[in-house]
Design a binder for this molecule. Sequence first.
Ligand code: GAP
Length: 452
Amino acid sequence: MVAKTMEELVSLCKRRGFIFQSNDIYGGVKGLYDYGPMGVELKNNLKQAWWKSMVYERDDVEGLDASILSSPLVFKQSGHEDTFTDPLIDCRSCKLRFRSDQLENNECPNCKSKDLTEPRPFNLMFKTPIGPVDDGSSFAYLRPETCQQIFTNFKNILDSTSRTVPFGIAQIGKAFRNEITPRNFIFRVREFEQMELEFFVKPGTDEKWHKYWVEKRLNWWVEQGINKENIKKLEVKNKDLSHYSKATVDIIYNFPHGQEELEGVANRTDFDLGSHTKNQNDFDINSNVLKNVNSTTKLGVQNLEEKKSYIPYVIEPSAGVDRGVLALLNESYKEEKIDSDNSRVVLALKSHLSPIKAAVIPLKKNNEKIVGLSKNIKENLQKIGLGRVMLENSGNIGKNYRRHDEIGTPICITVDFETLDDKTVTVRDRDTMEQKRIGIEQLLDYYKNYFN
Ligand code: GAP
């Protein structure tokens, strides 16, 4: 059963240390969230799974970690200075500001006044001064998407790796958008993370590669534990396409607040490299790009058969990390009846995503021998390197099981008095709640096999 409400997820996230409202002790700031001890592990595991699938398991993708602060020239050429805007309307009576599509009957949604301004474009990019003088002459944008620095580094990566088209550049990192109405928990926020791949292909092969990446990405989300019935493809209508896109397929997930975009897979054509390249007239650029008089670098590649340079097309799968976390929490959250009087909440995450891989629980927290042996088991499991293993030396055993069910720990290992005699421990499985005794000598293999 999928979680019924966003409130249940928000409550679990706060109670168990996944996600907190940012700047909470000063009243919070809208659209900003902090990831706590469990959240940071889940998020890192999701990013690692993406990196493994997009970089390590392929032979045609390189990685990048570029700066967040970006020259305004980057976002002038990318089209964001001119087009990355929402039309806003001010209410002259209550002084609140709304996106024009939020108004019904030309009326303020707050005070119902009809005394409204005309819609005015509002750019969603955050700006910050660079250097000690804040007179507006020298500033940077906080990138609203991670991919632009992939395009500006295209030549650096080609030259340093000897790649040839088709190949891709992957990056995970923060992006910032001054969203007018951040909402739905971590779904629409002002500071978020993206996992983006820019895959460079020969013009003419772009549609084939676009289809390939849509299927690949959809299947990847299913491998992370998203039920096929809760995810679907949606071809974006021509009138709704971004200025750089020839075709986009959105991967839509059934979030608690409705069906919305989890990831977009766009055919960005030759727009980006064509817009950032020096000597644009040397190339047959198909898209409608802004004239570039500032770039120092040609971004074409050689067509060896025709002995001519061309600007590659780009296919871009772009996923939101925070939306991924929200989807996976929603998907794995279950309330189960244990018997006629008791129920439990369990986060049935795939084990590679679980924040804690195993909890080692000493039955008596003041017994030196039991605690010492538990620490030893914890250290040995930790050394295997599959993720965080926790020594859970608090509360009673029932409370510990409940807590680890709720944070999705696949196995709990209890060390008790019997362990001191016969060197066996109790291993409890999160999903079946089955418990069995295993010898400490077999534990390392059991643990490794579990995660394989
Ligand atoms: N480079 C292309 C690009 O940025 P996008 O559709 O604007 O395209 C890609 O964003 C993904 O980033 C979205 O599918 C979503 O998962 C995530 N995203 C975008 N805006 C977001 C926001 N305000 N809060 C959280 N995630 C967001």
